[in-house]
Write a protein that binds this ligand. Structure first.
Ligand SMILES: Nc1ncnc2c1ncn2[C@@H]1O[C@H](COP(=O)(O)OP(=O)(O)O)[C@@H](O)[C@H]1O
Ligand SMILES: [Mg+2]
Length: 297
C-alpha cells in the first residue's frame, strides 16, 4: 500500500487494525516521504510499538526489531563475529595443514586469519539486517533504556544509512528503511538524536477512539462492554495512579470480561478482574474508590 497522503496512511493503518488520529497519520506520512526516522514518545501502552508493527504489515516489508536495554552496545545492534565457529574453522585449517606431507604447504597463519573474517562468520544484528534488507521497517524500541553512547551510535547510522565493517567493507542501504524509535521517556533523549528525527508525542486515545480500538482488536466484545470498559479506564487515567492504565490494559480488561461471559461492567465483575488493569498494589485502594464512584448504583 502506498503512503501517499496522511489520509492514505490513516486508511492503510486502519486496514491492519491500528487506529491513528490525524496528527499521528500526518507525521507517519512525513517520515516516510522525507525518509526521516520517526521518534514516538508516550506513556507505556499508547500504541508506539504497535505502530511499527502495523507499518511493516501494511508495507509488506519485514519488521526488524532492536529492543534496547541498559548496557546495549554497537555489537548487539550491528554485528558480531561468531567466535566459536571461527575457532572451529581455525582448528580445521590447522588439522588439515598438519596432515599434509612436508613440503605440501605448511600452515599459513596470515591466510588463516584472513579467512576468519568472512561473511560466513558474521552475525548480522538488527541494524545491519535492516540496512541490507531494506525496504524494511526498523523498530528501535525503548531507546530511553540505552545509554548516551548508544544514542550517538544510532545517530551516526540513522544519518548515513551505512555501516562500515573494517574486515568486509561498507554496507549501504539501497533504500533507507522506515525507522521508528520509541521511548517511554524514562529519561530525556539528546537533542542531536531528536533533531535527526520527526517527533510525535502519543497520548492516550480519547473515548471514541479507544472504543473503536477495542472494537477493532476484539470484534467479539460487544459495543456496550467496549464502551463501558473504555469509559472507566478513561476515568482511571485522571486518578493520578502510579501507573495509569494504557490501551493494552483496556484490551486485557475487555478480553477478561468477555471470557467471564460478563455482558456489562458492574462493580462486582470490575473488582474481580482488577488484575488486568491495576499492576501496583499502591494503586488498588484508589482504583477501588474510583470504581465505587463510577459504577455504584
Ligand atoms: N491506536 C491503536 N490502534 C489499535 N491498537 C492499539 C492502538 N494503540 C494501542 N493499541 C494496542 O494496545 C496495545 C499496547 O500497545 P503498544 O504498542 O504495546 O504500546 P507501547 O509500545 O506504546 O507501550 C497493543 O496491543 C496495541 O495493539
Ligand atoms: Mg512498546
Amino acid at each position: 500500500m502506498e503512503l501517499t497522503s496522511p489520509d492514505a496512511v490513516t486508511a492503510a493503518l486502519a486496514s491492519t487494525g491500528y487506529l491513528a488520529d490525524d496528527d499521528l497519520a500526518t507525521v507517519v506520512f512525513l517520515s516516510a516521504s522525507m525518509q526521516r526516522p520517526l521518534l514516538l514518545e508516550g506513556e507505556p501502552g499508547t500504541g508506539k510499538t504497535a505502530l511499527a508493527e502495523a507499518l511493516a504489515e501494511l508495507t509488506g516489508t519485514p519488521l526488524i526489531r532492536l529492543q534496547c536495554y541498559e548496557g546495549i552496545d554497537a555489537s548487539q545492534a550491528l554485528y558480531d563475529w561468531d567466535f566459536a565457529r571461527q575457532i572451529l574453522h581455525l582448528r580445521t585449517l590447522e588439522a588439515a595443514a598438519a596432515s599434509r606431507a612436508p613440503g605440501e604447504g605448511a600452515f599459513d597463519a596470515g591466510e588463516a586469519e584472513k579467512s576468519l573474517f568472512d561473511e560466513r562468520f558474521l552475525l548480522a544484528r538488527p541494524v545491519l539486517q535492516a540496512l541490507r534488507q531494506a525496504p524494511a521497517v526498523l523498530l528501535v524500541d525503548e531507546v530511553d533504556r540505552a545509554d548516551d553512547e548508544f544514542e550517538a551510535f544510532l545517530l551516526e547510522v540513522l544519518s548515513s544509512w551505512s555501516v562500515s565493517i573494517p574486515e568486509l567493507g561498507t554496507v549501504v542501504a539501497a533504500t533507507p528503511p522506515l525507522v521508528v524509535l520509541t521511548s517511554n521517556r524514562t529519561r530525556e533523549l539528546h537533542d542531536a538524536l531528536k533533531r535527526r528525527c520527526l517527533y510525535h508525542w502519543i497520548d492516550h486515545p480519547g473515548l471514541a477512539r479507544e472504543v473503536a480500538i477495542v472494537r477493532s482488536r476484539l470484534p467479539e466484545v460487544s459495543e456496550q462492554l467496549a464502551e463501558q470498559v473504555a469509559t472507566v479506564v478513561q476515568g482511571l487515567r485522571t486518578e493520578h495512579l502510579l501507573k495509569a492504565p494504557g490501551v493494552a490494559e483496556t484490551l486485557d480488561w475487555a478480553r477478561a470480561l468477555q471470557r467471564l461471559g460478563a455482558e456489562e461492567l458492574d462493580l462486582d465483575t470490575a473488582s474481580r478482574t482488577l488484575g488486568t488493569v491495576v499492576k501496583y498494589r499502591e494503586d488498588t485502594d484508589r482504583v477501588k474508590q474510583a470504581l465505587d464512584r463510577m459504577l455504584a448504583g
